[in-house]
Design a protein around this ligand. Structure first.
Ligand code: E4P
Length: 220
């Protein structure tokens, strides 16, 4: 399972990339706005830090402008993936960009029907938003199970399931159990994945017992 980091904060990305566990990055207009920085500058920096796929979202809603924006963003770096919304024009842009060799992440997916359309449009990734579905009383993880099952029935669908709008560690665990290809994880959730109280308690006990031996592993 691949881990992408869901942020446009370059310092966070640099810090987490040092773990060696980060396979890519996803951004969106809200995350970019939160940085208060220039979009292209932020993307260049992210692409320098992470060699894996970096999703950059178009801002237009009509096909022609989406295509032009996608082409402009794709020129930034070889690892840029163009993010388009799941609309008729967005999927048309997805098809055109994919046909010209650019990778596309179709975002704002909230149903299995939408995920089928994205796969047929040749998307590299489909981003179902689990947290936002949970927020309205639906079951986000049920959508992931449905999409994984549908895609498995059609081996010619090469679209990867990228679980987005992840809000907690359970979303990541459930995604892994279902065989989702990727989870894009907010920095706080990735850090929370390391945590277990028994790990902290066990380490404290081991350190205390080791100190009693008076030994040092490095000064033999
Ligand atoms: C990533 O591709 C999505 O834009 C992001 O995961 C959305 O997360 P949110 O629902 O927490 O804003």
């Amino acid at each position: 399972m691949k881990f992408f980091i869901d942020t446009a904060d370059v310092a966070e990305i640099r810090d987490l990339a040092a773990t060696g566990l980060v396979d890519g990055v996803t951004t969106n207009p809200s995350l970019v706005a939160k940085t208060g920085r220039d979009f292209f500058e932020v993307l260049r920096e992210i692409c320098d830090v992470v060699p894996g796929p970096v999703s950059a979202e178009v801002a237009a809603t009509d096909f022609d402008t989406m295509l032009a924006e996608g082409q402009a963003l794709a020129k930034l770096a070889a690892n840029i993936v163009i993010k388009v919304p799941l609309t008729p024009d967005g999927l048309k842009a997805c098809k055109a960009l994919t046909d010209s060799g650019t990778k596309v992440n179709v975002t704002l997916c909230f149903s299995a029907a939408q995920a089928i359309l994205a796969a047929k449009a040749g998307a590299t990734y489909i981003s179902p938003f689990v947290g936002r579905l949970d927020d309205i009383g639906s079951d986000g993880m049920e959508l992931i199970a449905d999409i994984v099952e549908i895609y498995q029935s059609y081996p010619h669908f090469t679209t990867e399931v990228l679980v987005a709008s992840v809000r907690n560690v359970n979303h990541v665990i459930e995604s892994a159990k279902m065989g989702a290809d990727v989870a894009t994880i907010p920095p706080g959730v990735l850090r929370a994945m390391y945590k277990h109280p028994l790990t902290d308690k066990g380490l404290d006990a081991f350190l205390a017992d080791w100190a009693k031996t008076g030994q040092s592993i490095l000064n033999q």
